[in-house]
Design a protein around this ligand. Structure first.
Ligand SMILES: [Zn+2]
Length: 463
C-alpha cells in the first residue's frame, strides 16, 4: 500500500448531508480515503482534529481582487486576496473578467489570467462579465463556455462605467446561455430610478453625508430589478443567478419565482445579513458603502430566513477592498465613495458564529451555503465542495471552541479597517488545506504564492 501524504485524524467530518467521525487520507492533491484508523507511514504528515470539524474548503464565488474601480484599484490583489481567503478557510474564489466595449470577452479573460495566474495562492475561476452584446459576442459565448467559464455576469446599472446591460442584452444572453448550459448572474438594481434618486439626494449631500447613499437606493430599486430579471429568465428559459441580494423583497421574489418553476438562484453576503443602514450615520459611515448597500433589520431577518428555508442558496462576499485612505476620496459626496469592503477572510467564521451559533443553521446547512451549493451551481462539484474519495483535498479544520475578537490589524487583508471590528467570534479555522498543501495555520498564511490553479468549470450547474 502506498503511504499517505497527509492524514487528518479523528475530526468530525461535515458535508452538506452528513456529520460523522473519521480520518481523511490525502495523497498528492486528492482525498484517497475517508475511514476509521488510517495508518500513517514514516513520511505522513498527521493533523490531529479531535474535537474539531473538518469542512470542505470554503468557496467564495464573488470577489473583486485588484479591480480598477472608482478611480482607484481594490487594495487586495490576487496574491494578498487569496492569502486572506486561505487564512479564513476559503480554498476557491471566483473573480470576474469584465469585457471592454468594442473588445471580445476572450480578451478580457486572457488579460485577467495574466494578472492572476502568477499570484494566486489558492484555486480560482473567473466569471465573464458581458458589457457589449452584438453578433460577435453571441458567437463567443460557446467558446467561453468551452474554455471553462460557464457563468456570466451582467450589470443592470453602471452606465457611466460602460458596464451596463440593458434588458434586451439580458434577454438575449439568457436565451443564448440557456441552450449552452451557462447561467447569467445579475447585479440587479433599477438604473434609471436610481439615477433620478441619486440626483435628488445629491442636491442636499452636505445634509445627508454618507446616509445619502442609502436614501438614494431604497430597497425597491433592487426588488424591481430582480422581479424584471426573473421575468426575462421565465420567458427565455434561461438560468438566472442573483448576485449579492440585499433585500427581503428580493428573497420573496425569488421564492415566488421558484414556486412557478423559474430557474433562479440567489446569493447573499454576510454584510446583508449582519449590518443595517444605521452604520451610515456613524462618524466613518462612508467606509460601509457598498453597492448594493446594506439595508434594514427586516431585510437581514428575511435573508436569514431565506438561508434556513432554501430561498437563498449561496453565501459569498463581494469582496472589494478599499482602505480608509481610498475611501477618503469621497470628501463628503456620497456619490464618490469607492463602493466595497473586505470580506473573504471573515466569511466562514462569521457565518459559523452568527448562523450556527446564534440562528439555528446546522453545520450541514453552513457547508451547503459556503461550499457545496456554490461548487454545484458553478460547475466544480464533486472536485470541490465535498469530502469524498476522488475529490480535491481542499479542506478546513475548524475549531468550534476558538474565541477570536476580530481586528483588522490581525487579518491578512490589506484593509486597515473591518466592517466587523471588535465582533466576538466563537469558532475559527485552524488549518486550511488547498489540494493537499497546508496553506494557512491559525489565521496565518503558510502556503506558496502561485500554488493556485485556474479552474476550468463545467456547464449546466444546478442544485
Ligand atoms: Zn461584485
Amino acid at each position: 500500500m502506498v503511504e499517505l501524504d497527509l492524514i487528518i485524524k479523528n475530526g468530525t467530518i461535515v458535508t452538506a448531508s452528513d456529520t460523522y467521525t473519521a480520518d481523511v487520507g490525502v495523497q498528492k492533491e486528492k482525498i484517497v480515503s475517508v475511514a476509521q484508523d488510517l495508518t500513517a507511514g514514516p513520511e505522513t504528515q498527521v493533523i490531529e482534529a479531535k474535537g474539531k470539524y473538518v469542512f470542505p474548503g470554503g468557496i467564495d464565488v464573488h470577489v473583486h481582487l485588484q479591480l480598477p474601480f472608482s478611480g482607484t484599484i481594490s487594495a487586495d490583489d490576487f496574491e494578498n486576496g487569496t492569502k486572506a481567503a486561505a487564512c479564513g478557510g476559503v480554498t476557491t474564489v471566483i473573480d470576474f473578467a469584465i469585457q471592454s466595449k468594442g473588445h471580445s470577452i476572450m480578451d478580457a479573460i486572457e488579460a485577467r489570467r495574466a494578472e492572476a495566474d502568477p499570484k494566486v495562492c489558492i484555486d480560482y475561476g473567473l466569471h465573464a462579465a458581458i458589457t457589449d452584446w452584438n453578433d460577435k459576442t453571441q458567437a463567443e459565448i460557446k467558446q467561453v463556455i468551452d474554455y471553462g467559464i460557464p457563468t456570466f455576469k451582467m450589470f443592470m446599472i453602471y452606465k457611466n462605467e460602460g458596464w451596463m446591460a440593458d434588458d434586451g442584452m439580458l434577454f438575449r444572453a439568457l436565451e443564448e446561455t440557456a441552450k449552452l448550459g451557462g447561467h447569467i448572474g445579475v447585479h440587479a438594481e433599477s438604473a434609471f430610478v436610481l439615477e433620478m434618486l441619486i440626483d435628488r439626494y445629491a442636491k442636499e449631500k452636505e445634509k445627508w453625508g454618507a446616509y445619502g447613499h442609502t436614501l438614494s437606493r431604497p430597497a425597491f430599486t433592487e426588488e424591481e430589478a430582480i422581479i424584471r430579471a426573473i421575468k426575462w429568465a421565465e420567458v427565455t428559459g434561461g438560468q438566472l443567478y442573483i448576485v449579492h441580494m440585499s433585500t427581503g423583497g428580493g428573497a420573496d421574489a425569488v421564492h415566488a419565482a421558484k414556486e412557478r418553476g423559474v430557474r433562479v438562484y440567489a446569493e447573499t453576503c454576510p454584510q446583508y445579513l449582519l449590518l443595517d443602514d444605521e452604520v451610515f450615520k456613524g462618524k466613518n459611515g462612508h467606509l460601509y458603502a457598498t453597492c448594493p448597500q446594506v439595508k434594514k433589520p427586516h431585510d437581514n431577518e428575511r435573508l436569514w430566513k431565506g438561508l434556513l428555508n432554501g430561498d437563498v442558496q449561496v453565501v459569498a462576499t463581494d469582496t472589494c477592498t478599499f482602505t480608509s485612505e481610498q475611501k477618503a476620496a469621497w470628501n463628503g459626496d456620497f456619490r464618490k465613495i469607492p463602493f466595497g469592503m473586505p470580506g473573504v477572510e471573515t466569511m466562514v467564521p462569521l457565518m459559523y458564529t452568527e448562523g450556527v451559533g446564534k440562528r439555528g443553521l446546522t453545520v450541514n446547512q453552513l457547508v451547503a451555503l459556503i461550499s457545496t451549493n456554490p461548487a454545484k451551481l458553478f460547475g466544480m462539484h464533486p472536485d470541490k465542495g465535498t469530502i469524498a474519495v476522488g475529490s480535491d483535498a481542499d479542506l478546513v479544520v475548524f475549531d468550534p471552541e476558538k474565541k477570536v475578537t476580530l481586528r483588522a490589524a490581525d487579518l491578512q487583508t490589506n484593509c486597515d479597517w473591518s466592517p466587523f471590528e471588535g465582533w466576538k467570534l466563537v469558532g475559527y479555522p485552524s488549518t486550511t488545506i488547498s489540494r493537499g498543501a497546508v496553506v494557512a495555520q491559525d489565521g496565518k498564511f503558510v502556503g506558496e504564492v502561485g500554488h493556485g490553479k485556474f479552474l476550468q468549470r463545467r456547464p449546466f450547474g444546478k442544485l
